[in-house]
Design a binder for this molecule. Sequence first.
Ligand SMILES: Cc1ncc(COP(=O)(O)O)c(C=O)c1O
Length: 449
Amino acid sequence: MTSIIYPTTNLKQVEQLNIVKGEGIYVYDDAGNKYLEGLAGLWCAALGYGNEELIDAITEQLKTLSYSHMFGGRTHKVVIELADKLIEMLPIENGKVFFANSGSEANDSHMKMLRYYFNVTGEPQKHKIIALERAYHGVTLAASALTGLEVMHKHFSLPMDALGILRTDSPHYYRGRQDNESEREFVSRILNKLEELIVKEGPETIAAFIAEPVGGASGVVIPPDSYFPEVETLLTKYDIMMWSDEVICGFGRTGNDFGCQTMGFKPQLISLAKQLSSAYLPISASVIPDYMYEAMVEPSAEAGVFGHGYTYTGHPAACAAALKTLEIYQRDKLFDHAREVGVHMQQRLAEFADHPLVGEVRGRGLIAAVELVANKKTGESFESGAVGAYAKQAAQDNGLLIRAVAGNSIAFCPPLIITKEQIDEMIEKFDTALQQTLDHVTREGLLKS
Ligand SMILES: Cc1ncc(COP(=O)(O)O)c(C=O)c1O
């Protein structure tokens, strides 16, 4: 019996795979089996495994200054360089960066800073946050309340009302459309509902609207092109901040530097993690506009401190990992590479569109999903996520690690360094797994027509 509580795991099915080594885009298990990392770990290992430059940068930093905290205004060189570098790269002018260790903490910190800001600027009622159905924003108490997945809520009694979480439709046309609704009509309907929600709750009570530009764990949801620009117009009208959770989409993942650029909007708040350090060490960032920061300065002095911070905020080794990661992204033009090979991946995955099990193939850049359905004609879903789980296991047995998310959507999000040939290898392995899954559902009589 293990002494570990496994994260995001069916606790009756632990210790499924023991990974012992990683090299480039491949990992190896304790039996010597080789796997292509089709999801870059958990959407994060952008530069793959065993990158010597990154290992050297981290080692060097550990030798020079293995740790320094940042409380009471203490600072160090790499954290300053990293913040400056991020501000130079991000589509927010004059932003300010707060560092933490995980995407959940970045989102949690944003929620606290929003509350702080509106409290000290005389709008203490402006605390509510609008989040999407099926969104994934992490698992701290506040972040899991922002998350809109049933399984992350069940049995946890999350304080939704106290945190002021409001929920609006996921912009997923394939799943959310009604009858013969066109994409245009779909966007118009869900945005009307969003406006009704804002008016009903009172815009003066709503601080921000959070969304991933492309929803990852929600099933790789690609919103219609007009969705985000129209949401932005609505939020401007009601003076609500736009908050982009770029924990997956940031750093070249969707074919542009940041996901908000791919989806055509300009956020005031940005959350970053994962590819920020290519997963070599844990680090995340919450980016806010400078006017928000300026408003917090005087009140923090009155209170004594800005009372938020982690032991490992701006950890030197994590900052060194992130700085080197960003340097490699820029030097090797990896975002351009990701855009280019991303086109190839989307083309290859589109070949599955006619497969009897496939309802929708969707993606942008180097992130995509193939949604498996019980009835191809109507798009009816399978009753549980068991078919997706079967496909995931079949892929694993064929040497490919991928994940089934939001039921039966098979997600692809390989390291940014993947080549076209390796994409072809990934597609071949998935093709075999999909055929085995079709044989399985046919045998079990799970297909409907
Ligand atoms: C969009 C998004 N936000 C936040 C998080 C939470 O990040 P972490 O697991 O580092 O807390 C994730 C994790 O998958 C994510 O995908």
